[in-house]
Write a protein that binds this ligand. Structure first.
Ligand SMILES: [Zn+2]
Length: 359
């Protein structure tokens, strides 16, 4: 367990051979200032690295495990506040380590094991660091309270309906989020739409450059390449580097089975946050009507503590979306809901079901 003498840290840990050994070495290391420093450093390192590590370890498991790992990952996104509470808990534990019983030594041993795991995971993680090193942003320090807040999100634009969407949002004084597609920005007039989004206080997130699933998800490198192209275009036009994104097809889709968990852990580790949705409007379906969009959104928002609503301003004819939008806003405003744009301080929603509603 703790008998590796290969690193300085491990060589400081006594062998657990029995009471006699324990009594002999304890005054030198256990209970010393250095010992406590090591424990705190160990603990903080483990808490910071382990969540990504757990996600990475889940990679390659069978399909049924994938949903579990996704839920686990959502739980493991550690905010500074949560980290602090772990530290407090651990300090309480430290305060109890004043007797020389075997149980305490076992706890130390377990922590050393965790440190070893964290160290090996760190090596794993940094193996990808040379790929697009510019893709790194400051992650959230904490998550805000989103109760009764509705985050409208529009995917696949900017397109022919984006201006109408922006006009409606402006009329109702509502801020929203646009997950944009890189290649469509190249059409005439689209750069102006992006600048208008920023001027009017909306958030722009990365969706994808090509929106071709089989290319985007063919490897981690391919994903980062596609992401970097989109991010660069957005920054070049608006001066703002996006720090949130949405996976094409949502984070759970049949194209990213091979690479999905690796991509997720890499992106989270680089500070990015991604948002699936917990209220689908169904507006990408050819059978969608103004009423079906309106009713789907209202019903799901009513059932959520806070909502990330998936709609589209590009990728096809979106007249129904544009017509349903004012109805949705009016109804929910009347009911006391707040509308806001996403930022990385909104706790990510990762509740999507594969194939339910293409993002
Ligand atoms: Zn999409």
């Amino acid at each position: 367990m703790i008998d590796h003498a290969s690193t300085a840290l491990h060589s400081n840990v006594p062998q657990v051979k029995g009471q006699i050994t324990l009594r002999r070495v304890k005054p030198r290391y256990l209970g010393s200032v250095r010992f406590f420093k090591h424990l705190i450093v160990t603990f903080v390192s483990v808490m910071m690295i382990l969540p990504w590590g757990v996600v990475a370890f889940m990679a390659g498991k069978e399909e049924t495990r994938r949903t579990e790992s996704r839920q686990l990952e959502a739980q493991l996104i550690v905010t500074m506040g949560e980290l602090q509470s772990f530290v407090n808990e651990y300090e309480a534990l430290l305060a109890r380590i004043d007797s020389d019983d075997a149980e305490n030594l076992m706890l130390v041993g377990q922590l050393m094991d965790q440190l070893e795991i964290a160290e090996s995971l760190y090596e794993f993680e940094s193996a990808y660091g040379h790929l697009h090193p510019e893709l790194r942003v400051e992650g959230p320090k904490e998550y805000i309270d989103s109760s009764r807040t509705v985050y409208l999100t529009f995917d696949d634009g900017p397109g022919g309906y984006t201006k109408s969407v922006l006009d409606i949002l402006q009329r109702y004084d509502v801020r929203a989020t646009f997950f944009v597609v890189g290649y469509v920005i190249n059409s005439p007039g689209r750069e102006d739409l992006l600048r208008r989004m920023v001027e009017e206080g909306h958030t722009i997130g990365v969706h994808t450059f090509s929106h071709v699933y089989k290319d985007v998800y063919s490897s981690l490198e391919a994903y980062l390449e596609d992401f970097a192209k989109t991010s660069e275009r957005i920054e070049e036009i608006t001066g703002i580097k996006p720090d949130i994104f949405r996976f094409p097809g949502g984070s759970l889709n049949s194209y990213n089975e091979r690479w999905g968990n690796t991509i997720i852990s890499e992106m989270l580790n680089r500070g990015y946050r991604y948002y699936d949705w917990n209220a689908g409007s169904g507006d990408a379906s050819t059978e969608a009507t103004v009423d079906s969009i309106y009713e789907d959104v209202i019903r799901q928002v009513h059932g959520n503590p806070y909502s990330v609503v998936l709609m589209h301003d590009g990728g096809g004819g979106r007249q129904a979306t544009v017509q349903a939008l004012p109805m949705i806003i009016e109804r929910l405003q009347r009911e006391g809901y707040e509308f806001d744009k996403l930022t990385n301080q909104v706790r990510p929603t990762v509740y999507t079901t594969a194939g339910y509603n293409r993002g």
